[in-house]
Design a protein around this ligand. Structure first.
Ligand SMILES: Cc1cc2nc3c(=O)[nH]c(=O)nc-3n(C[C@H](O)[C@H](O)[C@H](O)COP(=O)(O)OP(=O)(O)OC[C@H]3O[C@@H](n4cnc5c(N)ncnc54)[C@H](O)[C@@H]3O)c2cc1C
Length: 363
């Protein structure tokens, strides 16, 4: 079995403890995890994905993903917001514009500015619509954007949103959009089933003229398929599901010490989790997907989604009515688990979940 926790002492252990204690307080759209981000900055976490030359720690992908897993075990809201912020940092770091990187990345590493992503309309969201939801027009020195970015976690707190639009000829641009430009309007954050404190909102763009120096990539077809930052359904998303599964399975194991009837149920869940964690570690240690189909990102995400739904519901069932009361860790875990059905969920993963619900077996 893998070590449960790498951070048994030191600043990261303290961070995990603080995040665990504060997690139940992150309930409403008013509870933005600003203090939690301060703790992340103090523990060096905000430098994880930022290159050393810009003041970051530049951890390997495997280390970052292991870190996400441990953070998600204690606080899903903070960890989820961190992944969106890190996605933005990775896209900025992946650009070829040295000047823009030197301007933004050191401030991001120190936690002085906040960036996030609004990219789902380029990958998983609104794909069935004929007209792109954000239209981009390239002029000499500006990119004009019109439309609405449907999902942006942490939008009200953002100084920059990495987002994109589609040009008339079907190519896409990716841009680090400064939020103080004329025509950018953040809508009030949506009331969600869980993760309300992530302050996820849509952003209206009306005749926004962004200086071209904020362009990160494009115009090109499929701009999100290039560069770093974890695509839809990446192993990053699975590591969060595994972290949440671990939280519920640990609670079940504690309960099972007093109730022998739970032992038969907890054992296979734990075994499944340990195998999933091993495969997440193996997949994230490699550059590409390689040949092993078990280690392909969508295959891992399918398993992670299935496990997190079952583990959290087992947690709720075992805690009975007490677990159904608002504020109990089990009900929170069940609500948070539902997020994986909709977050960054590519069609094959969604299809697999629907087939599992209909008992149709894996294709
Ligand atoms: C809490 C939360 C936070 C998020 N944060 C971010 C973020 O920070 N950055 C980011 O980029 N993304 C983010 N996302 C987006 C996420 O990753 C997915 O892209 C999103 O959940 C997809 O849902 P959608 O409603 O936009 O999908 P859509 O595919 O647009 O579906 C919308 C509706 O359209 C209809 N529909 C769907 N498919 C079809 C079809 N083929 N034909 C006809 N009708 C159809 C359905 O009724 C559906 O309800 C977030 C999502 C959530 C829920």
């Amino acid at each position: 079995m893998q070590a449960e926790n790498r951070y048994e002492a030191g600043p990261l252990a303290d961070l995990l403890e603080k995040l665990e204690h504060s997690a139940p307080e992150l309930r409403t759209v008013a509870d933005w995890p600003g203090e939690q981000f301060q703790w992340l900055a103090e523990a060096g976490v905000l430098g994880w994905v930022i290159p050393r030359e810009y003041g970051g720690e530049e951890l390997s992908q495997a280390e970052v993903i292991q870190g996400y897993l441990e953070l998600a075990t204690v606080c899903m809201t903070t960890t989820f917001v961190l992944t969106q912020r890190n996605g933005a940092c990775q896209r900025i770091a992946g650009s070829e514009d040295e000047q823009l990187k030197a301007e933004l990345l050191p401030q991001l590493a120190r936690g002085e500015i906040f960036a996030t992503v609004g990219i789902s309309h380029l990958t998983t969201s609104r794909q069935h619509l004929k007209r792109p939801v954000v239209e981009a027009e390239l002029r000499d020195d500006v990119i004009e954007l019109n439309g609405a970015v449907p999902w942006v976690t942490g939008a009200p707190a953002a100084d920059f949103v990495v987002t994109g639009g589609t040009t008339e000829d079907g190519r896409q641009v990716l841009i680090a959009l400064p939020m103080d430009l004329d025509g950018v309007q953040v809508k009030p954050p949506a009331e969600l089933m869980a993760l309300n404190a992530s302050q996820t909102a849509s952003i209206d763009l009306s005749g926004v003229r962004a200086p071209r120096r904020f362009l990160l990539a494009g115009p090109i077809e499929g701009v999100m398929q290039r560069g770093q930052g974890g695509g839809a359904g990446s192993v990053t998303t699975s590591s969060l599901a595994a972290g949440l599964s671990l939280r519920s399975i640990r609670s079940l194991e504690t309960e099972a010490r007093l109730r022998a009837d739970l032992e038969d149920v907890v054992r296979p869940l734990r075994q499944e989790l340990d195998e999933l964690r091993q495969d997440i570690a193996a997949a994230s240690a490699r550059d590409a997907d390689g040949d092993d189909p078990r280690l392909a990102a969508p295959a891992i995400r399918r398993r992670a989604n299935s496990l997190v739904l079952r583990a959290t519901q087992a947690h709720l069932a075992a805690t009975k009515g007490a677990g159904f009361v608002a504020g109990h860790p089990a009900e929170r875990a069940v609500r948070e688990a539902m997020f994986f059905l909709v977050w960054s969920c590519p069609q094959p993963v969604l299809q697999a979940a629907l087939r599992e619900f209909a008992c149709l077996g894996v294709e």
